[in-house]
Design a protein around this ligand. Structure first.
Ligand SMILES: NC(=O)c1ccc[n+]([C@@H]2O[C@H](COP(=O)([O-])OP(=O)(O)OC[C@H]3O[C@@H](n4cnc5c(N)ncnc54)[C@H](OP(=O)(O)O)[C@@H]3O)[C@@H](O)[C@H]2O)c1
Length: 225
């Protein structure tokens, strides 16, 4: 069975940070770019994020546009994409917004914490045990089995780095916001790692687009150069 098409989406500052060190969520994009992301969510079968982002940012992760939701339903799709959270510890608060907005939710976690997550979340999400550890190819294969053809990955750093070091991303959307964060300890798009796209394996730059004061860069990591 084919694995889903994987699109990584991220907004960053000019100096490469995707958040700052304050407790507040840093909004990097502008309204027009948030609407672009909304359209991409609406065109996805599932949206995946890491547990750290769901805990820290507490996003709703929904398609905001009523028209886009209606168009999905008219096509015979669920109103909202499936929301997928990946966790190793299983520490997920049932009060987080994501569980209470949108449509179906799934949590992928190692078997060792699956019972704990089921107990914590009850019927808020389907819990999928991934064996002794959690490996992204396993998650992708399982999502394919659930009919997911297009997967949008919305971070954070750890998740993006795993997809990119494993060569599992088909497309990257980087929205560059026109300011600096300037904090050494703030999270970056990805940390250090051995990436499949290095000096000798350059990505294809598919598009550069101005969205108000944000620059969208669209890369195809797997395309031959
Ligand atoms: N600007 C943007 O576009 C954007 C978008 C999203 C996030 N962010 C920022 O990114 C930051 C969070 O990034 P992050 O790197 O700390 O966290 P993250 O990538 O969101 O989540 C990491 C967590 O996901 C789980 N996980 C990931 N891979 C796993 C694996 N292979 N096996 C088991 N569990 C796995 C673990 O959860 P457990 O800890 O539960 O084990 C891990 O701690 C936040 O500051 C957020 O604001 C920015």
């Amino acid at each position: 069975m084919a694995v889903p098409y994987v699109l990584l989406s991220c907004a960053m500052s000019v100096d490469g940070y995707i958040d700052d060190t304050s407790g507040e969520r840093l909004l990097l994009s502008n309204a027009e770019d948030f609407d672009r992301v909304d359209a991409i969510r609406a065109a996805s079968d599932a949206i995946l994020i890491g547990a750290s982002t769901i805990r820290r940012d507490n996003p709703r992760l929904v398609v905001n546009s009523e028209e886009r939701r209606a168009a999905r339903v008219a096509q015979g799709l669920p109103e909202f994409p499936l929301k997928v959270t990946v966790t190793g510890t299983g520490d997920l608060d049932p009060g987080l917004k994501s569980w209470h907005h949108g449509g179906e939710k799934a949590v992928y976690c190692p078997d060792g914490v699956a019972a704990k997550v089921r107990e914590t979340l009850g019927d808020l999400a389907t819990v999928v045990g991934t064996g002794h550890t959690l490996d992204l190819p396993y998650v992708l294969a399982d999502l394919a089995g659930r009919g997911i053809g297009r997967l949008l990955v919305e971070g954070g750093s750890t998740i993006h780095a795993q997809f990119l070091t494993a060569g599992l991303a088909d497309e990257i959307h980087l929205a560059i916001a026109p300011f600096f964060v300037g904090q050494l300890d703030a999270p970056r798009f990805v940390g250090p790692g051995t990436f499949t796209n290095d000096l000798h394996h350059r990505m294809t730059l598919a598009e550069v687009r101005a969205i108000g004061d944000v620059a969208l860069l669209r890369y195809l990591p797997k395309a031959p150069v």
